[in-house]
Design a protein around this ligand. Structure first.
Ligand SMILES: [Zn+2]
Ligand SMILES: [Zn+2]
Length: 783
């Protein structure tokens, strides 16, 4: 039986109107259709490239494509920050392919002519791009395109090195292979005309900071061979794309943000699950889980013939959503039961293609996938996307929602809130998602723990001269001195040299932070599953933890702290785990301060002592707390950056908060502010931590700290300091706006609190923040 497809917007409204659903649809934003704004082809585009574009169905470029392409053609590095499916690739395909097309045939065999390097965060994306380059450049004589990644067979890599003029790769490959082996890539680097950094909003936090140095090393080597490439970056819609691109590349980058691509009519719906009878920690009210609510929405949309994709955090969660939908359909509409499936990464390519074909043909109406597939999912013809929880960044939200919308048909995106302060705030304050982006891609190339290994790698590639120092930022002189003292580098008249036999690039694992990463080993077969950042290991692979690897759950059997090995086994538990951590902080330096009238805000370096002391088990779907297990793990020391605020005694007294409630009030403010910082900086609440106290020994005042959880900092505290007014104001609203009485997971309770969410004083937190904010707003220079 074929379903007659209902208008997805009408279907969603009807679902929201069903009995007992009042208040769940908190906001419905109409996203009006937008006409395409096309323009003429820039006159410099090579005829063969124009032909290639037309063959792919591109009659005219959209304005943002032409603008960015022309800037890049003129040698200006550029970042295109526009929506999903806005054809950002044309911005680099046009100038880069035209450069190859216009180039004279090399006169000498050893000349390569101009070359292009394309860098994507994942191998899969680089492979997808290969097709686009080959199609658009089909008529470009002499285009020789090759992917180079960890899977490339030796002969193909040799061929690429000898002949390719368009290489597609990833930052890991640059770091470990291309740059250290630059002598063999000399001719390719000598011709380097364009460097394309695709999906550059993925380069954030510690990973982004590493990539920033990999790109500086690339620029230095290109210059050594006589090339000064133009950088073209493509980003999802973020705040301050030019600032982020400058931090990433170290270059002056021009932003292009005016999107000329067309869009069908659509809506973004914000959805808040109801409070349930399940009592949470300390009797706090809890909400129905986002996954349970998502399963209901998927079921009902499928019944209405709406082709829907649900994004869920874990593979297990995605399977539960699909299973629940199938079970519900078996009762209500048995004929539809088989039209719901799970879409996951492990499938073979042919299985995946079959699934995609079923979706296109309408045999499959509902699919549940994990967020991990955000870049890989290639489902077309969807009417609706339901997201079980905020996917972490606004860019990811629009990327996921943007998957819905068949040509000309209306589309629906639904964000279902999880029971935490950020999701709750977002579904109640639609402007935070719909207004101008406030979320910036945050990274910190000056982190000494990140910088050091790259200075070593650079010195091994080519001795570092005085002239190179500026390229690596203000921390470079001190970094070089420290590395020389340690004996890793040696100062000679011609610069700094790497003194060891081993490969300097092995000092840094660019996908994780400082320190040797912990190895995650499957105990039965001794197979290495992957690694976990040293800084995150205590919280994520302690004994008894349910560790998700690419969305799949594994139970941690044992964790050897000294060896850095966690033994795990595949498991299908009906619960998840969250670690609880106790933290102490000592202030080392104060780098910046703003304040007025007894309220001060600081940014500085701190010494953090953190200890994972226990973990909670929670039932999947309901979130019910099943129990808390103590852990015996040693404390860890960490030097990092923090933002903190203080109120002096008079200011505190004026708030009227009782002395006995002050610790709870500060603690509640700390939890909520950690929950909301990810709205302004692209971090996860697990990337940051906090400490609060009614009297801190270093300040002598009531103090609330929020620190970067990565050694040396990843830029999150710095971003918090820069936007503190808006960030803490948002925090205040989130606490004051929650309907609970004494605090709940949607406002001031934190799943990782080492003190078991006690004491917490919700009304006191609002009063402390009021006192802080009114005083800070009186600071004249305050943003
Ligand atoms: Zn609450
Ligand atoms: Zn706490």
């Amino acid at each position: 039986m074929t379903r007659v497809a209902t208008d997805p917007i009408a279907a969603l409204l009807a679902i929201a109107d069903r009995p007992g659903r009042a208040g769940r649809l908190t906001h419905l934003e109409a996203l009006p259709a937008r006409e395409a704004v096309s323009t003429a082809w820039p006159p410099w585009v090579a005829p063969s490239v124009l032909e290639g574009c037309r063959a792919r169905g591109v009659e005219w470029p959209w304005t943002h494509q032409a603008e960015a392409a022309s800037l890049a053609w003129a040698g200006q590095s550029v970042v295109v920050s526009t929506g999903t499916a806005s054809g950002k690739s044309l911005a680099y395909l046009l100038p880069a392919l035209s450069t190859l097309a216009h180039a004279d045939a090399p006169t000498r065999a050893r000349d390569r002519g101009p070359t292009v390097l394309y860098v994507a965060p994942t191998k899969a994306l680089a492979h997808d791009q290969l097709g686009a380059v080959c199609e658009t450049g089909a008529g470009v004589a002499g285009l020789r395109c090759a992917p180079v990644d960890g899977d490339t067979p030796r002969e193909e890599r040799d061929w690429a090195r000898a002949h390719a003029n368009w290489v597609l790769t990833n930052p890991d490959m640059l770091h470990r292979s291309l740059l250290p082996g630059h002598e063999r890539w000399g001719r390719f680097l000598a011709g380097l005309s364009y460097v394309v950094i695709d999906e550059c909003h993925h380069y954030r936090g510690v990973f982004g900071s590493h990539v920033a140095h990999v790109l500086r090393r690339l620029r230095r080597l290109a210059a050594h061979y006589g090339a000064r490439p133009t950088f073209v970056l493509a980003s999802a819609t973020i705040a301050e794309p030019d600032h982020c691109a400058r931090r990433l590349t170290g270059l002056d980058v021009h932003p292009v943000t005016e999107d000329g691509s067309p869009r069908g009519p659509g809506v973004l719906a914000l959805w808040e699950p109801p409070l349930t009878d399940v009592a949470g920690e300390r009797g706090a009210p809890t909400r129905r889980s986002a996954t349970a609510e998502t399963a209901d929405l998927l079921t009902e949309l499928v019944i209405d013939g709406v082709r829907t994709l649900a994004f869920v955090r874990s593979r297990r969660g995605a399977e539960s959503v699909a299973m629940t939908a199938r079970r519900q359909l078996a009762e209500a509409h048995p004929d539809l039961m088989d039209s719901v499936a799970t879409y996951r990464g492990g499938y073979l390519p042919e299985d995946r293609r079959a699934l995609e074909a079923d979706m296109r043909a309408g045999r499959l109406l509902g699919t549940a996938a994990t967020n991990a597939l955000e870049l890989g999912v290639d489902l077309v013809g969807l009417d609706a996307v339901v997201m079980a929880g905020f996917p972490g960044t606004r860019a990811a939200l629009w990327q996921q929602a943007g998957r819905a919308g068949r040509r000309g048909r209306p589309s629906v995106g639904v964000l279902v809130a999880r029971d935490d302060p950020l999701d709750t705030y977002l579904v109640r304050h639609p402007d935070a998602l719909l207004g101008r982006p406030v979320e910036a891609t945050v990274l910190d190339p000056d982190n000494p723990y990140v910088l050091g290994p790259h200075l070593c790698a650079a010195a091994q590639e080519l001795p570092l001269s005085d002239a190179d120092i500026e390229l690596f930022g203000p921390g470079a002189p001190a970094g070089l001195e420290a590395l020389t003292t340690e004996g890793l580098l040696r100062r000679r008249p011609r610069g700094w040299f790497w003194t060891r036999r081993e490969r300097a690039c092995d000092l840094a694992d660019i996908r994780s932070g400082a320190g040797a990463p912990v190895q995650v080993v499957e105990s039965a077969e001794g197979r290495l599953l992957g690694t976990v950042d040293a800084a995150a290991a205590h919280a994520s692979v302690h004994e008894g933890a349910i560790h998700l690897h690419r969305g799949q759950p594994f139970l941690v059997r044992s964790f050897d702290v000294d060896e850095g090995v966690a033994l795990v086994e595949a498991a299908e538990p009906d619960y998840s785990t969250t670690a609880r951590e106790l933290t102490h902080i000592q202030i080392e330096t104060i780098d910046d301060t703003r304040g007025c009238d007894g309220a001060d805000l600081h940014l500085g370096r701190v010494q953090v002592t953190a200890q994972v002391v226990a973990y909670l088990r929670r039932r999947l779907f309901t979130g019910e707390v099943l129990g808390e297990e103590p852990l015996d793990l040693p404390p860890r020391q960490l030097t990092s950056m923090a933002v903190w605020w203080t109120l002096d005694d008079d200011a505190v007294e004026a708030t009227g908060v009782e002395a006995c409630d002050l610790a709870g009030a500060a603690h509640a403010a700390e939890h909520a502010s950690i929950g909301l910082l990810p709205l302004f900086a692209t971090c996860d609440r697990w990337d940051i931590g906090g400490v609060s106290t009614a009297l801190h020994p270093d300040t002598g005042k009531l103090t609330v700290f929020v620190y970067d959880g990565h050694p040396g900092g990843a830029g999150f505290a710095e971003r918090g300091f820069a936007v503190a007014g808006r960030w803490l104001d948002t925090t205040r609203q989130a606490i004051a706006g929650c309907e609970c009485i004494e605090g709940c997971p949607s406002c001031v309770q934190s799943p990782k609190c080492g003190n078991g969410n006690s004491p917490l004083h919700k009304p006191g937190a609002v009063r402390l923040l009021d006192a802080l904010l009114t005083r800070l707003h009186n600071v004249p220079t305050y943003a």
